[in-house]
Design a protein around this ligand. Structure first.
Ligand SMILES: [Zn+2]
Length: 344
């Protein structure tokens, strides 16, 4: 393959856009060649010359049919195409900027920010903002004022912000810590609806800032009620013969169960006085009270297992987006009453 004139290069690109990988610098700097290849396979724009990667005219043409093109464009050029990034001062290596989003502040603190990530984040923000401003949960909309969201990556968070704080599970996309919400752009595609996650984290913020201690006690009581609900117990409590590894939290071992089982499987052999006895092949026995097991099983919701703050956040989120499992629907009235009576 040795194309020396433009028409044979264009012909080769037409036959297979991937041929742009093999043409010389001169043609990678040619608008027609680059547009023809990238129009059909946007990823091929990475083979364009540095000059064309900054050519607003070329980018604009390609951007219309495939916005992903921006992934291969320098950040200061991306800025011109992304409303969310507009007005930011960007230095290419160390990107820290504050963006006003309606009444919130978004702090961008990351070295890499892809168009796709910004786009998904923006949608999540719109979703959360929209729903919270219309939420049935009294005063929830207050979290929309002055709240800081930090757009960063997990590694950067661990390096820079994590001061002996909590550990972050792999699939976490948003995370509430020290009166701020961290949103991890690198895991943004790991969850189905980042907007819902954002509402969940903002619910934690709401509880911390606006609920009185008495209110939190009442929420804790309601949570105890929720996890002791009969239908929930009946379907989720283990039965004789069930392996201990069934008692897992989000597919991971709770550490004390893991410690107890020592990688060897135990099976439920006896239930007595709300105590669950598990036995392994060697006849070793482990036992757990029912209250412990109830906290580990997914009851009443995905977050119910982890305690009442997550119960609060999940109720708040479910009411706000109006999506509620039947057994939780019964608690909506009680929940909203507690919130209404116990606002700071
Ligand atoms: Zn949570």
């Amino acid at each position: 393959m040795n194309w020396t004139d433009k028409s044979s290069v264009l012909l080769a690109i037409e036959q297979d856009p991937n041929n742009i990988k093999y043409v010389n610098e001169e043609f990678r700097d040619d608008k027609d060649v680059v547009i023809s290849a990238s129009m059909r396979i946007p990823e091929l724009f990475q083979f364009a010359s540095d000059r064309l990667k900054r050519d607003i005219g070329v980018i604009r043409i390609l951007y219309k049919t495939s916005p992903d093109i921006l992934d291969y464009v320098p950040l200061e050029i991306q800025e011109k195409f992304l409303p969310l990034l507009k007005g930011m001062s960007i230095s290419s290596k160390n990107l820290i900027s504050v963006i006003k989003y309606k009444s919130m502040n978004v702090i961008v603190d990351t070295d890499t920010l892809l168009y796709k990530q910004v786009n998904v984040f923006k949608k999540a923000l719109d979703f959360a903002y929209d729903h919270i401003s219309k939420s049935k949960v009294p005063s929830f909309h207050k979290v929309l004022y002055g709240t800081e969201i930090i757009l960063t990556t997990k590694n950067r968070f661990l390096e820079k912000y994590d001061v002996g704080g909590p550990t972050i599970p792999g699939e976490t996309v948003a995370f509430y810590w020290g009166y701020k919400i961290y949103f991890f752009t690198d895991s943004i595609f790991t969850v189905e609806m980042p907007g819902v996650t954002l509402i969940h984290e903002l619910s934690h913020m709401f509880q911390l800032l606006y609920m009185t201690p008495k209110g939190n006690e009442e929420i804790d009581d309601l949570y105890e009620q929720a996890i002791s609900q009969e239908p929930c117990k009946l379907t989720l409590l283990p039965k004789i013969g069930d392996p201990l590894s069934n008692i897992m939290e989000d597919g991971k071992w709770a550490w004390d169960v893991k410690y107890a089982s020592d990688s060897e499987e135990y099976y439920l052999t006896r239930i007595e006085n709300k105590m669950y006895f598990y036995t392994n092949k060697k006849g070793d026995q482990k036992f757990f009270p029912e209250s412990f097991i109830l906290r580990m099983v997914r009851c009443p919701s995905k977050y119910g297992a982890t305690g009442y703050p997550d119960f609060f956040a999940e109720m708040c989120t479910a009411i706000t987006i109006n999506r509620m499992k039947p057994h939780l629907r019964l608690m909506v009235g009680a929940f909203l009453n507690i919130v209404k009576k116990n606002l700071k």
